[in-house]
Design a protein around this ligand. Structure first.
Ligand code: ATP
Ligand code: MG
Length: 578
């Protein structure tokens, strides 16, 4: 491709609308343009990278015996009503009507459609197992579309669904897909890790997320240096205390005046006690129930764990009026004594102490010397707080570190959640009717492009991992008007293309400085620079965009020297296999 003819509208300045680096660079390098909130067009430079990502995903899915299909993007409400998700999926599901007033939605995921397809075709155990995938547009009406391709409303996902005869076979499918995902992400040239995850609205019994580590990631994860335990913060288990209820001689509760002290910090400072001795009481509306959740003042409630424990599909903090009516006091003075709520749940780390300070359910007052087992009616102690860096690993007690990550893939064991709701059965060898066991496996294809840039950029632009670069090589031609040099450039270009590298030739009549800047911005991992001086000496300069290292290759032996240098860039700079 010649840059003079390439439809790549670059921008000199950072666009004001973008606040993460990948979004800025995707716009500046002319890869995407915004249509409206959460909707983006892909221009040739972006689409080339996207197609290369898809090709690697396809290669690994095919290698894992997953077969490609293409399912409709528009889905009938009736299928979603069968599984009950029409009601529970919430406002991310964009619902619409056709001319006959029939209800549809735009597919945010395809469990229902694929289960419908398979239940109609598969009758016998001989037709199983089967694993089907597609690479296709999804629509989710996200509350806050942001960060460019990271969280869009319309995006491209690879989604795969496995159907197995029993748990063992399902376990095998799950592991096969985990391995395939590892090969996808390492094949793309990204550094990533797999973490235990919550299953969210997709449901099911077990799930892992694949995270590209990056500071701008919206997810937080915890990694253990001892045993390799890795989990999303939403999911990471907090161990119960080793020894419980240390102080047994707790005096009776005493009411104390705490005027205007709404926070744990206010109360702890006033009483000169650590935050960890103050009980935090948060009031929630969980579907239709009123719930109080208790955690120590130095910990945060984990709403994902709490919602799972309650089996609630909607969980939200109670509004001030509800707090007033359930507790009799304003926000900041709630406590478990004499509270009128349906359920009181407590974090199991609370079992380590038995003398607490908590809100008194009266304005401007707290109790001290509260013993939960004696003074309150706690329905259950469970793990409902978020892990912290200072906590021990729940598996091996070693130290933990917190990281930010971008979720680029998610694998789920679905069990029989969809097959039982939709009656997807087969006849086993004895002729008995059985439910198929399912798995579902997603990769955020468009989000991967953003993640690759978040992980690989500097102040001048991005540098794409070679397997997904729109062009692996940019040939920066400093004298395209010179006939001899132009011809030499063509020779080099065909030599590189001959060994499988795609080349963007900067043949524009521009100053060298402009060309170098644009080459850095456009992100080819390899630059080959053709100029008069080098040519006269029989040399051509090359630059490894990621390491910044420059080398000279001989014009006479260009093909073999380029090929060797290209291998070094792949293997040493990018640690890629081929
Ligand atoms: P998130 O927690 O980021 O909203 P999710 O758990 O809703 O993700 P899944 O339902 O597991 O996502 O979807 C599979 C993959 O699709 C995700 O791992 C992610 O890479 C991608 N994805 C999900 N939502 C979006 C979005 N709004 N924009 C771009 N990619 C997305
Ligand atoms: Mg989501």
């Amino acid at each position: 491709m010649r840059l003079s003819q390439y439809y790549v509208p670059t921008l000199r300045e950072d666009p004001a609308e973008a606040d993460v680096i990948s979004h800025k660079l995707l716009l500046r390098a002319g890869m995407i343009r915004k249509l409206t909130s959460g909707l983006y067009s892909f221009l040739p430079h972006g689409f080339r990278a996207l197609n290369k990502i898809c090709a690697i995903v396809r290669r690994e899915m095919d290698a894992a015996d997953c077969q490609e299909v293409l399912l409709p993007f528009v889905q009938p409400a009736s299928l979603w009503q069968e599984t009950g998700r029409w009601e529970v999926y919430g406002s991310e599901l964009l619902r619409l009507k056709d001319r006959h007033q029939r209800d549809y939605c735009l597919g945010p995921t395809h469990e229902e459609v694929i289960t419908d397809l398979v239940r109609d075709e598969i009758r016998s155990y001989r037709q199983l197992p089967v694993n089907l995938y597609q690479i296709q547009t999804k629509f989710r009406d996200e509350v806050r579309p942001r960060f460019g391709l990271m969280r869009c409303r319309e995006f491209i996902m690879k989604d795969a669904y496995s159907f197995d005869r029993d748990e063992n076979e399902n376990e095998e499918s799950y592991r096969t897909m985990q391995r395939a995902y590892e090969r996808v992400f390492s094949g793309l040239g990204l550094s990533f890790c797999a973490v235990e995850a919550d299953s969210g609205p997709i449901g099911g019994s077990q799930s892992h997320e694949f995270m590209v580590l990056a500071e701008t990631g919206e997810d937080s994860l915890v990694l253990c240096s001892g045993c390799g335990y890795a989990a999303n913060l939403e999911k990471a288990e907090v161990s119960p205390p080793q020894t419980g209820n240390a102080e047994t001689n707790c005096p009776d509760p005493e009411l104390i005046q705490t005027p205007g002290m709404h926070t744990v910090a206010d109360v702890a400072a006033y009483l000169q006690i650590p935050h960890s001795r103050v009980l935090k009481t948060l009031l929630y509306k969980a579907d239709d129930a009123s719930v109080a959740a208790l955690v120590p003042g130095d910990r945060e409630i984990n709403e994902t764990k709490l919602a799972n424990l309650l089996g609630a599909s909607e969980l939200e903090l109670a509004h001030a009026e509800a707090v007033r009516s359930w507790s009799g006091a304003e926000v900041g003075f709630s406590g478990p004594l004499g509270l009128s709520v349906d359920r009181i749940l407590a974090d199991h780390t609370l079992l380590r102490e038995s003398d607490w300070v908590c809100g008194a359910n009266q304005d401007d007052a707290h109790y001290r010397h509260v013993r939960l087992d004696r003074d309150a009616s706690v329905e259950q102690y469970a793990d409902i707080s978020t892990i912290r860096e200072e906590d021990a690993c729940p598996k091996c007690n070693s130290g933990l570190t917190l990281h930010k990550g971008i979720e680029v893939g998610h694998v789920f064991k679905l069990g029989t959640k969809y097959s039982s709701a939709m009656n997807a059965t087969y006849l086993d060898a004895e002729g008995r009717e059985r439910l198929m066991i399912m798995g579902s496996y997603g990769i955020g294809v468009t989000r991967l492009l953003a993640a690759a840039i978040e992980q690989n950029h500097d102040q001048d632009g991005c540098f794409f991992p070679p397997p997904i670069a729109p062009f692996e090589v940019e040939l920066v031609h400093l004298a395209p008007q010179d006939e001899t040099l132009a011809a030499a450039g063509e020779t080099l270009r065909s030599a590189m293309e001959g060994i499988g590298a795609d080349v963007l030739l900067d043949d524009r009549d521009e100053r060298a400085g402009v060309k170098f800047k644009d080459a850095d911005l456009l992100g080819s991992p390899m630059q080959v620079i053709v100029g008069k001086k080098g040519f006269e000496q029989g040399m051509v300069e090359v630059k490894d965009r990621k390491s910044g290292e420059r080398t000279s290759l001989s014009l006479d032996r260009f093909s073999s020297e380029f090929s060797a240098w290209r291998n070094r860039v792949w293997h040493e700079t990018w640690r890629l296999e081929s």
